[in-house]
Every structure is written in C-alpha cells, then in structure tokens.
Design a protein around this ligand. Structure first.
Ligand code: GLU
Length: 475
C-alpha cells in the first residue's frame, strides 16, 4: 500500500486529482516547484460551531477551502452532506480552479461544505446552520464579492443562497455590491435567468458537440449526431434532472435513470417528464409503469448503452466495476465520478471520457454571468432588447419593400425578437461549451495526448501558469 492510499487500499480523493495533474505535467515544461504551487490548496478553513436544534446544542463541522488565488474572487459551491470531509472539499476546490481556467472564467477555485444531512433536518434548522456558517465566513474574511463567492452544490440550492446573501447584507449593510457575494440566487433576489439548469445544459452542449465530430464517433463505432443515442443518467438532482430533460428533448433515448433507491429501465426509452411527475408524486422513481425496476442502483451503470452520464457524487466508477461498464462514452456531469484506477481500465477499453473539469463547467460559467450582472446592477438585455427590435423592424420593412412580399405574422415574430436575459445567458453558455470542447480536442491532437482528461488538465494548467506569469509571480 503506497503512502497515498487509505486503509481500504484506494487513493484519497485529493491524491486522485494530483495523479491526473501529474499526467498532464508531463506535457508542460516548467520548473517543478511552480507546478507544486499550482497543485497545492492555498487556504483551508475548518470550523466547528454550535447550533441549538430543539433542546440540544449540536456542534456542526464545516469547511471552506480556497485552492487558488491566481485570480480573484475564489469561486465554488457549498455542499450539505454527511460525507463532507476536508479531503473531499480540498479536491472539489482544486477541480474548481481547473474548471474555471478551461472555460475562461476569471476566478480561483474554492469549495465549501457542511457535514449535515439536509433530508433529516427541518428547514428552520437548515436556515440557522446556513446563517451561522455565513457569519463564520464573514468573520474570517472568507466571503465577499471580490474575495470568495459561494454557489449551490450537492444538497443546496437557491433557498440556501438567499439566506447567505441576506446574512451577508445584514452584516455588511451599505455594501452596494453585496448581491455579488453569492451566486445561484433566485431571480427575484438578484439571480440570473438560466442559472438553475446551467450545469445540466452545459453537459448537454458538451456531449452534443462531441457527437457531431465524425472522427470521434467513428472511433467508438457510433454514428454522428445525438438523435437515437442510448443514454443512462445516474443521479436526478439538479444537474441530472436538467441534463436528462435536454437529452430527451433533443431526440436521444434515455434508457435508464438511476437514483439512490434503485433504477428504472426501458430499452425503448423513458419519457423523462412523466418519470419526474411519478417521482414527485411517489417520492421514488421505482415502480414507474412503463419501466422495469433495477433494485441495485449500481447495476444501472453496467447496462449496455452509448452514453453514460454519472451526475451524482464522486468515485461511483471504481476499479471493481470499471471492467463491467459497457458505455462507449462517459460524460462526467458529477465531480470526480471515476477513480484513477477505473480511468486507466476504461481508457484501455477505448472509451471516450469527457472530463468533469470541462463538462460540468456550465454552472460556474453562468454563475460568472450572475456575478457580472450583480456588479453591473442591470438585467441582461435591458438596454438593447427594444433597440434590437426597432432595428429589426426597420430591416423587415426594407426587405418587404425590396422583395415586394409580405412576411407572415409568425415569421415576423421570430425575426423581430430582441434578446432577453435567458437568450443571452444560454447563448453565452453554448458558445463557452463549444469553444472549450474544441480547445481541448485541438490540444489533444497537436500534442498527441492520450485522452481528453489529460488534455483538459494541460489546457487548464497552461492558462493558470500564464496568469501567474502575468502577475509577476513566476519570473
Ligand atoms: N457547484 C458547482 C460546481 O461544482 C457550481 C459552482 C459555482 O457556480 O460557483 O461547479
């Protein structure tokens, strides 16, 4: 057992990322010490605070880790889960650094976590814990529009982000930029339209782009295009739910959906919106009328399919099940769903793995748009929507006169339309995901890198080196 392995013989999560980093470092010629600086976590804040729950005082364990300060503010979600620990939060913070660099989001990576199970705690108590956590962050200067900006992650959402903002504002009243202290807020509280579905939509854009590249598809024996591809999605939280909906709408066939309690399967395809209705009404996806139940949810990962999307937690594909995975493409919607040992096994099988540090970067991309909106204090599209519509109307008039033809009301509606906030956010996200994909692929080809993950790391590390150099830190 090596010094990096824990008692069960597997690597710590942080060591997994270090391994991926080291593979990429072979393609970068820069002094070793400088690479070590990029790899290291800059600040780890581990806290314990008391919260009165019922008649008892409970001591809550929580973290905020800032992995890199090469760009400020730091950025990353906050997760609520009983699995939260320092190693996990450090790793997720590091992934945020690499993720932001790939999609040109000018932030350093961070992550936070509170060790609680939100499903067993009342919302009043979750609120108490969230507000107390926020004031701990404020005390130590670990939150602020130019310092560190949290966002939703596993077990948190718009509601928690509202509480964080409100607590920040009450302790920093008069700060005109206070709204930018956290992203993923509800639209009525300074959020941006399109943030909620952004990670899932980014996953969809990334996979769609891959499916349009003939060479890539032929390399795994598939046809070009997303229509008709058989997809399995594991995890129906915010990311998995939205990804499933977008894939379904685009004509892909969702053959299985897996949740904690089990999975459901229908070779001909599941109607995703009907499954969600069933889940809402019954509290479980099991016993969906048009599907077979799979009791052992892990078995769903091993079914025959074209694309497998793990969208829940880390390390779900490991050395013990990797050999049984039959997908041709794996899209990492979750952070770190494949261990390095499994990665090697899957690589040898010739699968395409679209890595997390690129594929799930849609969330932070739209968080960046939200942060910019908050700092500019104006909704996207507010200044140009009407102007665009007026210009388009003038154009239409000219076209109708020149062509001596009347354009139908339906066509007119489409052509006249000025951009709304949601249109601008989605086009910014689409453009980011398409560009990111091709930058990784071009680098992979030009340096003859073995897989997309290593190429994504090389791209990201090079960008971080570039910003350090511009800061004058690496002479
Ligand atoms: N928690 C998300 C992630 O892991 C989003 C982070 C953010 O928006 O800052 O990428």
């Amino acid at each position: 057992m090596s010094k990096n392995q824990n008692k069960t013989g597997s690597y710590s999560f942080f060591n997994c990322i270090e391994k991926n980093f080291d593979k990429a470092a072979r393609f970068i010629s820069i002094e070793k010490g400088l690479l070590e600086q990029i790899k290291a976590c800059n600040s780890v804040y581990r806290m314990h605070f008391p919260v009165k729950i019922g008649k008892e005082i409970k001591v809550i364990e929580a973290y905020r880790v800032q992995h890199s300060h090469h760009k400020l503010p730091c950025k990353g979600g906050i997760r609520y889960s009983m699995k939260v620990n320092q190693d996990e939060i450090m790793t997720l913070a590091a992934l945020m650094t690499y993720k932001c660099a790939i999609v040109d989001v000018p932030f350093g990576g961070a992550k936070g976590g509170i060790k609680i199970d939100p499903q067993t705690i009342s919302s009043e108590n979750i609120e108490k814990i969230t507000r107390r956590y926020t004031s701990e962050l404020i005390k130590k200067n670990f939150i602020g529009p130019g310092i560190d900006v949290p966002a939703p992650d596993y077990g948190t959402g718009e509601r928690e982000m509202s509480w964080i903002f409100d607590t920040f504002l009450s302790l920093r009243s008069g700060d005109v930029d206070a709204l930018a202290c956290v992203t993923g807020k509800p639209v009525s509280q300074g959020g941006v339209r399109g943030r909620k579905e952004a990670t899932g939509l980014g996953v969809f854009y990334g996979i769609r782009e891959l499916c349009h590249v003939k060479e890539e598809m032929y390399s795994v024996g598939l046809d070009v295009g997303l229509v008709g591809k058989k997809i399995i999605i594991q995890g129906l939280g915010n990311v998995g739910y939205h990804a499933a909906s977008f894939f379904h709408e685009s004509g892909a066939i969702i053959i299985a959906l897996a949740e904690r309690e089990g999975a459901i399967y229908n070779e001909k395809g599941l109607n995703v919106s009907k499954v969600f209705l069933h889940l809402r009404n019954n509290g479980s996806i099991l016993n969906f009328p048009e599907a077979k139940n799979i009791e052992n949810t892990e078995k769903a990962l091993e079914l025959e399919c074209d694309i497998l999307i793990p969208a829940a937690l880390e390390n779900v594909i490991h050395k013990n099940n990797a050999n049984r995975i039959k997908a041709k493409i794996i899209g990492e919607a979750a952070n770190g769903p494949i261990t390095p040992e499994a990665d090697e096994i899957l690589d040898k099988k010739g699968m395409i793995i679209v890595p997390d540090i690129y594929l799930n970067a849609g969330g932070v991309t739209v968080s960046y748009f939200e942060w910019l909106k908050n700092l500019s204090h104006v909704r996207y599209g507010r200044m140009e929507k009407k102007f665009r519509e007026n210009v388009n109307a003038e154009f239409l008039k000219i076209i109708e006169t020149v062509c001596k033809k009347k354009i139908s009301i339906e066509e007119k509606k489409m052509i006249l339309r000025g951009p709304r906030e949601i249109d601008l956010v989605r086009s910014g996200l689409e453009d980011t995901m398409i560009n990111g994909f091709h930058k990784i692929r071009d680098l992979k080809k030009s340096l003859k890198i073995e897989n997309m993950r290593t190429a994504a790391f090389v791209l990201s590390i090079n960008k971080i080196i570039d910003s350090y150099e511009k800061l004058g830190i690496f002479p």
